[in-house]
Write a protein that binds this ligand. Structure first.
Ligand code: GTP
Ligand code: MG
Length: 317
């Protein structure tokens, strides 16, 4: 008898949800950057885990966009937060990931403006969770960045919130605490047949996965120069006779002035982005990729319904 079910990974932006998802799966499925609001839609990642008595348990981790208070006028942000809460409603279990060092810095009065937002958003997630009947699992993440003596008081503080069934401390980055969390997740799933083949790590269309890989490289390469409001779409995916694949993608920016930033001097920036995206795509697909990137200005892509449907986001929320 096996176990299988869904666990939604939720929390404030930048808490480490995607890093944790990848650590649990043991493979990179969801993109990670140091920027807030990296994940834009639900990513289903599949972890084959084991209970303490050796029972196989398939946990479909639903990595979600960070939960924050979006501006009324920001359609994309509203759709993202909506997608995050939808992930919660559709799952057997909720895992709330918290940026523990940000919380501690803010408590000590040393928080940056981003720490303050992180704490506010975490509190609103706690409130949202408390309105539900079942309790969530709490993951205090980034413990590699906090001194040991701060751990117990932090645990006590979160325990008092009365929103959680269990509490874990992890470093999604270096693997600390991941084993204990895996076992608990495995046990929390209901008994039943597996939902996916055991070797499948993600349930996301290949075109979308390829677009995410390029978006990650774009954000990593141009973190501060490029406003967050850019997107990548796979326009063409062609299987070649040789067994290689040809992928054409468009990077949408919102202003003409952003185009030269993405291209770089003599096209060097986009070449670098393309090279690292191609490299990762080849690892993922296990074959040669011919990647072609184009940059287009589309001022209003955030108000274009087709762009949302492509990402599996709801347009009107
Ligand atoms: N030191 C440390 N950094 C971490 C840890 N987990 C994640 N990070 C870093 O935190 C940043 C955000 O990680 P993500 O996994 O993208 O966070 P997220 O919660 O998915 O963020 P959004 O998708 O934007 O909501 C990245 O720079 C990660 O490398 C951790 O355990 N320790
Ligand atoms: Mg993420």
């Amino acid at each position: 008898m096996t176990r299988a079910g869904f666990a939604a990974i939720v929390g404030a932006p930048n808490a480490g949800k995607s890093t944790l998802t990848n650590a649990l799966v043991g493979e990179k499925v969801s993109i990670v950057t140091h920027k807030v609001q990296t994940t834009r839609f639900q990513i289903r990642a599949i972890a084959m885990l084991e209970t303490p008595d050796g029972q196989a348990s398939q946990v479909v981790l639903v990595d979600t966009p960070g939960i924050f208070s979006p501006n009324e006028s920001d359609r994309l942000a509203k759709s993202m937060v909506h997608a995050a809460w939808t992930g919660v409603n559709d799952s057997n279990l909720i895992v709330h990931v918290v940026d523990a060092p940000a919380w501690l810095r803010q408590s000590a009065g040393e928080g940056s403006s981003q720490d303050r937002l992180s704490v506010d958003d975490t509190k609103s997630v706690v409130n949202g969770l408390k309105k539900r009947h079942s309790k969530a699992m709490l993951v205090l993440n980034k413990v590699d960045e906090i001194p040991h003596e701060k751990v117990l008081p932090l645990i006590a503080e979160f325990n008092e919130m009365d929103a959680y069934s269990e509490l874990f401390m992890t470093s999604a980055k270096n693997g600390e605490g991941i084993k204990a969390l895996s076992t608990a997740l495995a046990e929390a799933m209901p008994e039943g047949p597996l939902l996916y083949p055991t070797d499948q790590a993600a349930d996301i269309p290949s075109r979308l996965m390829a677009a995410e890989i390029t978006r990650e490289k774009l954000f990593l390469r141009l973190h501060d120069e490029l406003p967050y409001a850019s997107m990548v779409e796979t326009e063409n995916w062609k299987e070649l006779k040789s067994g290689d694949v040809r992928i054409e993608q468009v990077i949408y920016v919102r202003r003409a002035s952003q185009k030269p930033i993405v291209l770089g001097k003599q096209g060097r920036t986009i070449k670098d982005i393309g090279a690292s995206a191609r490299h990762e795509m080849q690892n993922w697909l296990g074959r040669k990729v011919h990647l072609f990137l184009f940059v287009k200005v589309r001022e209003k892509w955030k108000d274009d319904q087709a762009r949302y449907t492509g990402m599996g986001l709801e347009f009107d929320v």
